[in-house]
Write a protein that binds this ligand. Structure first.
Ligand SMILES: Cc1ncc(C[n+]2csc(CCOP(=O)(O)OP(=O)(O)O)c2C)c(N)n1
Ligand SMILES: [Mg+2]
Length: 623
């Protein structure tokens, strides 16, 4: 046994340790933590901050503007790299730390890795109450960092230097484990960060975390194959797990051999190229007509790497065939067991390859194939209609903006979005040309993810055109990382759609009898409501003031030119466009459960409740 030790502070030891961690999958080795985002305050400047300058040669540092945004950037980065690499985020204590909570929840909900390193109060308690300390009157060991517990997949507070050893090892294990990953939090009391300790040299040795591809249980595989062979109307629902596992080729091989069609969730879209004959596009509330028709009549739904969110199942109303059964291939038992499914617990790629092998010679009926191919062609006409702009001197609608973007992007471009009316339009209409192109964060649907995520994606894919699509409400929620893009010379492209408020929630509000209350950005009128003139706010000037190149497009033609110019630019560029609110998006093909007031004195709510009751009657529990 070697007795060699190295005397470092806890923060130095952590940075040194992180720089020596690797993942390995399919024989390829990568850094587990490729860099650290940080905003410094008294809770981390002398500890982690000092360690980052000491080890700048092995741990790249990125300066962010807002802690939540730094987490979004890290999450976008990890998603682009199929969860094989992640980034760390260091913050001060108090507000810097609690600003992490939303980002952490987003990471955990989407099963994407990020390492959070908030500072914490003195472990020694010599400085109570410290600036920004919450003094809990009853639980003295509670700090604001405890708000990160429910949104973390692993949490520890490192109250002594040597406690870092098991904590750091567990953090790396969880980050690299495809079944457990999400936000990992190591809360670091600021006195402990700066404290020296004699660390065993082995702690700093290179360590490789195998990102395993477990195969499903053989007995479950046999049962699954029998179920697929017996099905007359099988439908694959492709979720984000297909991408995380890089299982797109395996999915295509299975589909080419069997003719089973594929509908995709927001996270899974692009699992097949849009022009593959078996790609039916999105499924569920924001799905295509062909996907939802097939879902209603499917006798076997094969979920691959999906969480079955309410958008996917149309809040439990989508799968209407009385005999429908589910077969779920998922890396986590938790997701595999949803909807009382037959389970295949394992890696998506391995599972799909094994299914394809065991199904050799099996193919769906030609009539079924002809049926969904015809449905796919009908939907293609819907997309063309939504995209088409006959008068290119007119103000574009939102779907025409997507049509213009569709005409400009190449196969490798990445399009990022998370909230507003865009996710629905994109899920129904976007023609994904490559596995990484469609980057929708719809697990947490967090306004403000888009711009910082574009930075993280661009860092992971230099030279790739990366587009952040945002509404005006989303822009106002979190434009800060534009400054970071400018600082880092990341040529991200921003498409900023001005429609003076929350068009999506306005529409939803109307449909649930809430009369668009509080969803328009307008002056307060004499009667007290926000129904006055639009606000004299210039978001294009705002983006320019933060350092972006800005192109204002007033017409469809100007928009096409601006998008092409932005794509070619090597500087961060914003295309600003005010849209015509005319409804050119196709309506929803399936329901979404948003409960409506059961009693009301207002007619709009009474009528909405009657519609709600009739839709809710279609809910079904799959047991
Ligand atoms: C952080 C956050 N707060 C609130 C919401 C709820 N929400 C969803 S969409 C939306 C409005 C988005 O407005 P905008 O970005 O302008 O897009 P539009 O609806 O106009 O297309 C709101 C408030 C959310 N998703 N995320
Ligand atoms: Mg808006």
């Amino acid at each position: 046994m070697s007795a060699a030790t190295r005397r470092l502070t806890t923060a130095q030891a952590l940075v040194r340790f992180l720089s020596a961690q690797y993942t390995e999958r399919d024989g390829v080795r990568r850094r587990l933590i490729t860099g650290t985002w940080g905003i410094f305050g008294h809770g981390n400047v002398a500890g982690i901050g000092q360690a980052l300058v000491e080890y700048a040669d092995v741990m790249p540092y990125h300066q962010g503007r807002n802690e939540q945004a730094m987490v979004h950037a890290a999450v976008g980065h990890a998603r682009q790299l199929n969860r094989l690499s992640a980034q760390a985020v260091t913050t001060s204590i108090g507000p810097g730390a609690t600003n992490l909570v939303t980002g952490a929840a987003l990471a955990t909900v989407n099963r994407l890795p990020v390492l959070l390193l908030p500072g914490d109060y003195f472990a020694s308690r010599v400085a109570d109450p410290l600036l920004q300390q919450l003094e809990h009157p009853v639980e003295a060991d509670v700090s604001v960092n405890d708000t990160l517990r429910p949104v973390s997949r692993y949490f520890d507070r490192v109250t002594r230097p040597e406690a870092l050893i098991p904590s750091a090892l567990n953090a790396a294990r969880v980050l690299a484990d495809p079944a457990e990953t999400g936000a990992v939090t190591l809360a670091l009391p600021q006195d402990v960060q700066a404290e020296a300790y004699d660390w065993p040299e082995e702690f700093f040795a290179e360590r490789v975390w195998s990102v395993r591809r477990p195969a499903p249980d053989p007995a479950e595989l046999t049962a699954a194959v029998a179920a697929v062979r017996a099905a007359r109307r099988p439908l694959i629902v492709a979720g984000g797990g297909v991408h995380h596992s890089e299982a797109e080729e395996a999915l295509k091989a299975l589909v080419d051999a069997t003719g089973i069609p594929v509908a995709s969730t927001q996270a899974g879209k692009g699992s097949l190229r849009h022009d593959h004959p078996a790609d039916l596009g999105g499924i569920g509330h924001t799905g295509t007509a062909v996907s939802d028709e097939l879902a209603r009549t499917a006798d076997l739904v094969i979920g691959v790497g999906t969480r079955y969110s309410d958008f996917t199942t149309a809040s439990g109303t989508l799968f209407q065939n009385p005999d429908v059964r589910f077969l779920n291939l998922n890396i986590t038992g938790f997701d595999a067991h949803k909807l009382a499914a037959r389970t295949l617990v394992g890696d998506a790629r391995t599972g799909l390859e094994q299914l394809a092998g065991a199904l050799a010679g099996h193919r769906v009926e030609p009539s079924y194939e002809a049926e969904y191919r015809a449905g796919k062609e009908r939907w293609e006409r819907v997309v063309e209609t939504a995209y088409r702009a006959d008068d290119d001197t007119a103000v574009p609608t939102q779907t025409q903006v997507l049509g213009a973007l569709d005409a400009v992007v190449g196969d490798e471009d990445v399009v990022i979005n998370a909230a507003g009316s865009l996710p629905g339009d994109l899920h129904k209409l976007w023609r994904s040309r490559s596995p990484r192109q469609y980057h929708l964060e719809y697990g947490y649907s967090c306004m403000g993810y888009e711009i910082p995520a574009a930075l993280g994606v661009q860092q992971a894919a230099p030279g790739t055109p990366v587009w952040a699509l945002v509404g005006d409400g989303t822009y106002l929620m979190n434009p800060t990382e534009i400054v970071t893009a400018v600082q880092e010379r990341l040529p991200v492209k921003l498409v900023l759609i001005q429609n003076h408020g929350y068009a999506s929630i306005g529409g939803l509000s109307e449909s649930v009898g809430a009369e668009r209350f509080g969803t328009a950005y307008r002056h307060r009128a004499a009667d007290g409501t926000f129904t006055g003139a639009p606000l004299p706010v210039d978001l294009a000037a705002n983006a320019a003031s933060l350092g972006m190149d800005v192109l204002r497009a007033k017409t469809v033609r100007e928009l096409r030119n601006a998008l092409a110019e932005a794509r070619a630019s090597d500087r961060p560029t914003c295309v600003y466009v005010e849209t015509d609110p005319a409804p050119t998006a196709p309506p929803a093909e399936a329901w979404w459960d948003v409960p409506v007031a059961e009693v009301s004195a207002r007619e709009a709510a009474v009528q909405a409740r009657a519609r709600y009751d009739s839709e809710a009657a279609g809910r079904r529990r799959h047991l």
